[in-house]
Design a protein around this ligand. Structure first.
Ligand SMILES: Cc1cc2nc3c(=O)[nH]c(=O)nc-3n(C[C@H](O)[C@H](O)[C@H](O)COP(=O)(O)OP(=O)(O)OC[C@H]3O[C@@H](n4cnc5c(N)ncnc54)[C@H](O)[C@@H]3O)c2cc1C
Length: 452
């Protein structure tokens, strides 16, 4: 017979862990299954180590690009020290997650959890049953069907940060945000990087003029871009990968990073035993309250087929907690914001102009170049632009910012959208001179005149 407990959480990711912690601290018996490192992808293989890696990379890159400011720096990168620091930062957050789980007295089972029956999960020699089960199993790296790839020592985000030093040459497969962040980072830290992208441009789902800015910046850094390129086969011989493209071109490198997408971690769940439906791509099917097709079983974060960001999973936790405590909260009434932490950063909130028009909204947009923002010129950080999208009533619907630390600046606009602000509200707001933030009221003011 399974043990009866109050709550089961499968996966200690960005939403599951705080949910388990909240109810365990409230005195409930919470069982948490984790097959890997506590803290999930973000802490161990994603946001935390990648941003620590980029902190070193972008400082090196900025030093090299400081010549127009009269600074002629000769940069020497100690890759071993960089990678050791990355792992120290990662482990600090991982250890913190472990401590929180222990302090909250969560019943942690370090094993893969799989459904054996309705709301019943087994793993690590135990079988437990609860009135509520939450699936937070996230995603794993997806491997493309490239001849010869399996069996070679390719890297993914799960192994990248374990490198002691970087390879002299790195081939990056995939021009999405993981490939771009790690690719630009590696180039700035001394590896010669080639990014292979099947589409005609990087980050294909973003606006073309924004990705053009990024591509130009990557070329200034020395990153080689192979666009419209399909990898057909790979060989690994004497420590060197040889990647053959459909064009016949062969790329060589001592490291190959596979960053071609992610796939939901549901293969081991035997979800059907609890009547839980998956989508054709293997995500857990949920309704607007994150409930699966099995009453009492919920899913949150990446595995629920949502935008794959830590703040989405974490916000799911808050909504689910509210639902569990008697005030149901939908998952689809929030504004999505995110940033690609390249340099310059590409930050987005809400809708693009095309997305708004596709929804039938008579939207319009204005764009200001960073060379028209005093801070940009003064600090020689003029690369990029800010774009604001508004509806027919003037309400702010979305923004795209590409520029230095754009991910910080965009919060003002995300908040403005959440609060239903109009471009006139933004125009009325007095920014601090000379900051990048001051560019936002200047951008809003452009709505006073017709679009040109
Ligand atoms: C390189 C990289 C950089 C990123 N950078 C950012 C960023 O800067 N900002 C951002 O917002 N997002 C970023 N992300 C995305 C972010 O990491 C994910 O969106 C987030 O971690 C998803 O959280 P989650 O709760 O859905 O699951 P996860 O954090 O993926 O956690 C799932 C957990 O479930 C465990 N698990 C899976 N199956 C089972 C099972 N059957 N039994 C037991 N345990 C199981 C896994 O081991 C894992 O620990 C990045 C991702 C990558 C790969």
């Amino acid at each position: 017979m399974p043990e009866d407990v109050d709550l089961i959480v499968i996966g200690s990711g960005q939403g599951g862990k705080p949910l388990a912690e909240f109810y365990a601290r409230a005195g409930r018996h919470v069982v948490l299954f984790e097959r890997g490192r506590v803290g999930g992808t973000c802490t161990n293989y994603g946001c935390t180590p990648s941003k620590a890696f980029l902190a070193s990379a972008h400082n090196a890159g900025r030093a090299r690009l400081a010549e127009p400011l009269g600074i002629h720096a000769s940069v020497r990168v100690d890759q071993r020290a960089v990678m050791e620091r990355v792992r120290r930062v990662r482990d600090l957050w991982h250890d913190g997650a472990e401590k929180r789980v222990a302090d909250a007295k969560i019943d942690l089972i370090r094993a893969t959890g799989a459904f054996t029956d309705v709301r019943t999960v087994a793993g690590g020699g135990r079988e437990v049953r609860a009135p509520r089960v939450v699936i937070d199993t996230g995603q794993d790296p997806a491997l493309p069907p490239i001849r010869g790839l399996a069996g070679t020592p390719y890297l993914t985000n799960a192994t990248w940060f374990d490198q002691e030093t970087l390879a002299p040459r790195t081939i990056v497969l995939g021009g999405g945000y993981v490939g771009l962040e790690l690719g630009q980072g590696a180039q700035r830290l001394g590896s010669a990087v080639t990014i292979v992208q099947t589409g005609s441009r990087l980050l294909e789902h973003e606006e073309a003029d924004a990705t053009a800015v990024l591509e130009a910046a990557f070329r200034v850094d020395g990153v080689a871009l192979e666009l419209n390129a399909r990898a057909e086969s790979v060989r690994y011989d004497a420590g060197v990968f040889a990647l053959t493209l459909a064009s016949g071109k062969i790329l060589e490198g001592e490291a190959l990073l596979v960053a071609t997408g992610r796939t939901p971690a549901t293969a081991d769940l035997t979800a059907e035993r609890s009547g839980i439906e998956l989508t054709p791509r293997g995500f857990v099917r949920v309704d607007e309250y994150l409930q699966t097709t099995c009453p009492g079983v919920y899913a949150l974060g990446d595995v629920a087929n949502q935008p794959a960001f830590t703040h989405v999973s974490w916000e799911d936790f808050r909504r689910l907690r509210s639902t569990f405590d008697g005030t149901p909260r939908r998952r689809d009434d929030r504004v999505l914001s995110y940033t690609t932490f390249t340099e310059p950063q590409l930050a987005r909130t809400g809708l693009t102009l095309d997305e708004a028009r596709a929804k039938g909204i008579d939207a319009s947009a204005r764009t200001i170049a960073l060379e028209d923002v005093a801070r940009g010129t003064e600090w020689n950080l003029e690369t990029g632009f800010y774009r604001l999208v508004v509806g027919p009533d003037g309400k702010i619907l979305g923004a795209t910012l590409i520029g230095y630390e754009a991910g910080e600046i965009i919060h003002t606009l995300a908040f403005a959208i959440e609060r239903g602000a109009t471009w006139r509200d933004l125009d009325d707001f007095v920014g601090i001179h000379p900051t990048f933030g001051e560019g936002l009221p200047s951008l809003a003011r452009l709505f006073e005149s017709e679009a040109t």
